[in-house]
Design a protein around this ligand. Structure first.
Ligand code: PLP
Length: 401
């Protein structure tokens, strides 16, 4: 891949606060004054350059965060939202109108799946859920109404890796937008550099990293971001998934350490995955050579950030999974909680939690076992010590001798 370093791009931005502060000032206003009525009129007409209108449309704090995330993803622009779902739903509703069709990976976050499966059909927007790792299946699913191919770079929870080069080529050939949720692999993979049109994140996870905020972002061309914010027809402007300025400013501050955190998450996850594999456990991690798309991930990645902080462990039954997770929490090895990207390891049984929106028969078909534990590996200082304690827990629940 061309020389592209997302962390350098973020750091090259220089912001000063109102009084020379080292952080940009937080914009604490929902509305803005105009010196002339004509400028206000022009702003409503879409000539918003340099003017703030109303904070549902944009605010200085949200623009700072959006600019930093656009730099991270290498897009012209970005719009931050009040949640990852706010980013996903606004994007899909902006691109798809009644009669249109979406092709989506079948292994995606349960909320995204539920939106496409249960919500969009009422607006006459249909989705075909396919195995995104087979490009011929994707291409065969395209029809004349297809507007979007949607996938996650690394899927939740199965950690399947999408061939973004291949998908981008198909999308381009058929004049379809490729929309990628990159929540599981920030910095490690830069989808736009691989040909993706629109890159989305739930900022709630690694990017904020402190599990104290819910937020999202759409990174895209200036044209698409302006479309989202259009006062007459923009999904972000009209549906109103607006991020609060205070939160935007705190997320921007956390973004500054993302490169350090991602490296540590990846290092720790790689360590545990290799140990678990040696122990004979059913572990999946893109950094393991045994992972089906290991070479593909390697060919797409920004090497220094590793293969990400998520691994899965299949212990076959939900009872065993619960027993192990409860014990690991008791031993203070992590928390039995959904979400990811925290300093502490977080684990949950996906089938009965974050993927429970997907019916059980479909879970089975896609290979999602009820005993699958998704682990977001934390920033543990001494990962050998963590592993030793985890091994002890596995012995207590008879997963290891
Ligand atoms: N995308 C992925 C991959 C997720 O895991 C999640 C949430 O778990 C979302 C999107 C939704 O993000 P949010 O909870 O910020 O709305």
């Amino acid at each position: 891949m061309e020389d592209f370093n997302p962390a350098n791009n973020i750091q090259d931005l220089q912001y000063f606060g109102e009084f020379g502060g080292v952080n940009p000032s937080i914009s604490d206003s929902s509305t803005y004054t105009f010196l002339s009525a004509k400028t206000m009129f022009d702003t409503f007409e879409g000539n918003t350059e340099g003017c703030y209108l109303y904070s549902r449309h944009s605010s200085p704090s949200n623009l700072y965060l959006g600019e930093a995330l656009a730099q991270m993803e290498g897009t012209e622009s970005a719009n931050v939202t009040a949640s990852g779902m706010g980013a996903i739903t606004s994007t899909l509703l902006q691109l798809c109108k009644s009669g249109h069709h979406i092709i989506s990976s079948r292994t995606i976050y349960g909320g995204t799946y539920a939106f496409m499966k249960n919500f969009l059909p009422d607006f006459n927007i249909k989705t075909s859920f396919v195995d995104i790792t087979d490009l011929s299946i994707v291409e065969n699913a395209i029809n004349e109404n297809t507007k979007v191919i949607f996938c996650e770079t690394v899927s939740n929870p199965l950690l399947e890796v999408a061939d973004l080069f291949g998908l981008a080529a198909i999308a381009k050939k058929h004049n379809i937008k490729l929309v990628v949720d990159n929540t599981f692999s920030p910095l490690s993979i830069s989808p736009t550099k691989l040909g993706t049109d629109i890159t989305i994140h739930s900022l709630t996870k690694f990017i904020n990293g402190s599990s104290d905020a819910v937020a999202g972002v759409v990174c895209a061309s200036s044209q698409f971001v302006n479309d989202l914010k259009d006062v007459n027809s923009g999904a972000c402007m009209l549906l109103g998934p607006t991020l609060d300025s205070l939160r935007a400013s705190s997320i921007l501050k956390n973004l500054r350490t993302l490169h350090l955190r991602i490296r540590k998450h990846s290092e720790n996850a790689q360590f545990l995955a290799e140990k678990f594999e040696k122990d004979g456990l059913l572990v999946k991690y893109p950094g393991l050579k045994s992972h089906k798309q290991h070479d593909l991930f390697t060919s797409m990645m920004n090497t220094e950030y590793g293969y990400g902080g998520l691994l899965t462990l299949d212990v076959k039954t939900v009872e065993k999974a619960n027993q192990l997770m409860e014990l690991m929490q008791k031993e203070n090895l992590g928390y039995l909680a959904v979400s990811l990207g925290f300093y502490k390891t977080l684990f949950s049984a996906s089938g009965s939690s974050t993927s429970s929106e997907i019916p059980e028969d479909e879970q089975k078909e896609m290979g999602l076992s009820q005993g699958l534990i998704r682990m977001s590996v934390g920033l543990d200082h001494d990962i050998q010590r963590t592993y030793d304690k985890m091994k002890w827990c596995m012995q207590q629940v008879h997963l290891l001798p």
